[in-house]
Design a protein around this ligand. Structure first.
Ligand SMILES: C[S@@+](CC[C@H](N)C(=O)[O-])C[C@H]1O[C@@H](n2cnc3c(N)ncnc32)[C@H](O)[C@@H]1O
Length: 203
């Protein structure tokens, strides 16, 4: 059976030509500017893009950041990202979702901003991953997440989060909730799908 990383590897070469994923990245970027725009001024934050994929959000973020470490478990996705030659962006193929403290040199200095666009609903252990990402933040640093928004009637197998689940998970990871709400909607096959955005801060 293929691993999750192998399944994402297969999507890597065509990821950047999909109108839906481009629109998602544009809207996530716009909502980021709206909610943490003040963090993106000056010399810009040191940022971690968790589940960066082919770098659709990374490339939008790079002009606002002093440096970005783009983390993913799919080597092919990171190859596409690396091929873009973005200034100040370093790629790192590592799985931070098992909950162990990372030892990689690129992750030693704390981050002012961690973004996770359409990835945290896919990790095996969301609370453990949040704890790892939270520990990588500098005091006052922000974690920003986007995922499909689930309603009250969602089944446990649906991919995404109810807004309440984000608030509870942030608090359990020792983070302060700055914002949780619907950031935008995606139209697909005649239906509209809301995307929930969470912004949390390390005290
Ligand atoms: C839906 S794509 C989103 C990619 C990118 N953030 C974007 O907005 O275009 C999900 C990405 O998460 C990555 N991913 C899945 N599990 C991961 C994990 N445990 N750690 C890091 N990346 C992971 C996949 O390899 C894939 O590139």
């Amino acid at each position: 059976m293929r691993t999750d990383a192998e399944l994402w590897d297969e999507l890597a070469s065509t990821w950047d030509v999909r109108d839906d994923v481009i629109a998602y990245a544009d809207r996530a970027h716009a909502s980021l500017l709206e909610h943490v725009g003040s963090l993106l001024g000056g010399q810009g934050p040191r940022a971690l893009d968790f589940g960066a994929g082919s770098g659709l959000l990374t490339e939008r973020l790079a002009p606002h950041c002093a440096a970005i470490v783009a983390v993913d478990t799919s080597p092919r996705m990171l190859e596409v990202l690396g091929g873009k030659g973005l200034a100040g962006v370093q790629t790192l193929c590592v799985d931070l979702s098992a909950g162990a403290a990372p030892t990689e040199a690129a992750l030693r200095e704390p981050f002012d901003l961690v973004v996770a666009s359409s990835v945290l609903a896919f990790v095996d252990d969301y609370p453990a991953t949040l704890r790892v990402l939270s520990a990588l933040l500098a005091p006052g640093g922000r974690l920003v997440q986007w995922d499909w928004e689930l309603g009250e009637g969602a089944s446990p197998t649906d991919t995404g989060f109810h807004p309440r689940a984000l608030r509870e998970a942030y608090r359990a990871a020792g983070l302060v909730v700055d914002y949780v709400g619907t950031a935008f909607e995606m139209e697909m096959n005649g239906a509209r799908y809301p995307v929930v955005m969470g912004v949390a801060r390390r005290p």
